[in-house]
Design a protein around this ligand. Structure first.
Ligand SMILES: Cc1cc2nc3c(=O)[nH]c(=O)nc-3n(C[C@H](O)[C@H](O)[C@H](O)COP(=O)(O)OP(=O)(O)OC[C@H]3O[C@@H](n4cnc5c(N)ncnc54)[C@H](O)[C@@H]3O)c2cc1C
Length: 369
């Protein structure tokens, strides 16, 4: 019997397990294939400001709370694991190409200024001074110095080491259903026929969180994203570059020496794992439009995974729909950014029974019953 059983060993499940173990709880994580879900695809942007959507102010506040925690969180994971997580603090440049894109940048800047967020308009020349590999066709830029990035896969590997070093037990098995006795979650059933008893169960199955038998229906759905990894990009970019290419969004995120991530599509296609010719074409076409040197790079990986989407694009945190069940899911396009704050508030809830104020707007009762 564990104090806590965590279903899912992606970034969210592992970070939560690690933090809970640090609070003195006995924790077991169950995942048949840890680190192969959305966490394997993530570009690793820690970008509350450039990701901020209109009418998403509550999510923005949570993102800002998390990005503030990132430097200490990264240092802590690195100290506990002995490996780097590749935190980059060079900021993010958003650029536009035609009059419509520049109008959109102006609107975005006005929205950010209204919310008191730090962002600086750059001329085309200033944009290219910062990122000399940008095409001369850039018509304007917006520099967000506080939006950073991390190497998501390195982070997952480090969390796996840190969590186990803190005493977390990892069971490599598939969860088949939630164990419920007398209306209370009491553990997990697994594919090998085993049952894991626990005082509290944390649901952290990413996009699969809405489909675990005996969990009451949750508004989590898969939002497909295709993403590319390229090699040979040494010194190509200083920091993340995001662009509006004739109204379509693309981002380029440098990581690990000579590597570059180009992402991502957003598609409503259920759990479709297909990497399509059209998806790869559009991403490469737009990335090469923004940074022509991308055409010389080696395309080393293509991947499609599913963001855990919710109706308001914000996570589900805190007490679940059954006693004994805690939610840490629905992080949609911000799961890497929100890893530190999610782990912290969930561990606090597990250790003390109190959900910190910062997470209060994200409980599932905001959607009604
Ligand atoms: C293309 C793409 C780009 C992205 N870019 C960014 C970004 O730049 N910044 C950012 O902050 N976020 C980004 N995201 C979002 C981010 O990846 C997710 O929000 C985050 O990874 C969610 O983490 P998770 O641990 O909840 O889910 P996952 O990483 O999906 O982990 C869930 C785990 O549950 C396990 N699992 C599922 N079902 C079962 C079962 N029945 N039994 C046992 N185990 C099971 C899986 O094996 C998996 O390990 C991106 C996502 C995509 C798809």
């Amino acid at each position: 019997m564990s104090d806590v059983a965590v279903a899912g060993g992606g970034l969210i499940g592992l970070a939560t397990a690690w933090r809970a173990a640090r609070r003195g709880l006995s924790v077991t994580v169950v995942d048949d294939s840890p680190g192969t879900g959305a966490s394997a695809a993530a570009a690793g942007m820690l970008a509350p400001v450039t990701e901020a959507g209109y009418r998403e102010e509550a999510l923005l506040r949570l993102g800002l709370a998390s990005v503030q925690r990132w430097p200490a969180f990264a240092a802590d994971v690195e100290a506990a694991s002995g490996t780097s997580v590749g935190l980059r603090t060079a900021g993010t440049l958003v650029v536009g190409f035609d009059e419509d894109d520049v109008r959109e940048l102006t609107a975005l800047h006005a929205f950010q200024t209204e919310l008191g967020l730090a962002a600086e308009r750059l001329t085309p020349r200033e944009s290219r001074r910062r990122e000399p590999s940008l095409t001369p066709r850039v018509r304007g830029g917006l520099l967000v110095a506080g939006d950073h990035s991390v190497d998501g896969r390195a982070l997952h590997a480090a969390l796996l080491v840190a969590a186990q070093a803190a005493g977390v037990r990892l069971v490599r098995d598939r969860v088949t259903e939630l164990r419920v006795v007398g209306g209370r979650a009491v553990g997990l059933e697994t594919a090998d026929g085993g049952a894991l008893a626990a005082g509290t169960v944390v649901l952290a199955l990413g996009a699969h969180s809405g489909r675990l038998p005996r969990v009451p229906p949750l508004p989590v759905r898969p939002v497909k994203g295709q993403i590319l990894r390229l090699a040979g990009a040494t010194d190509l970019l200083e920091g993340t570059v995001r662009a509006l290419v004739r109204g379509r969004q693309v981002y380029l995120v440098p990581y690990a020496g000579d590597r570059l991530i180009v992402g991502a599509t957003t598609e409503d296609r259920g759990f479709d794992p297909t990497v399509t010719a059209g998806g790869v074409h559009d991403l490469l076409h737009d990335a090469i439009d923004v940074v022509p040197g991308v055409s010389e790079l080696e395309l080393v990986e293509t991947l499609a995974r599913w963001r855990p989407g919710t109706p308001d694009n914000a996570p589900l945190l805190g007490p679940g729909p059954l006693p004994g069940l805690v939610l840490a899911t629905g992080h949609h396009r911000n799961g890497v950014l929100l890893t530190p704050v999610t782990a912290e508030v969930t561990a606090e809830l597990l250790a003390t029974g109190v959900l910190p104020e910062v997470a209060a707007p994200f409980t599932t009762d905001r959607f009604g019953r």
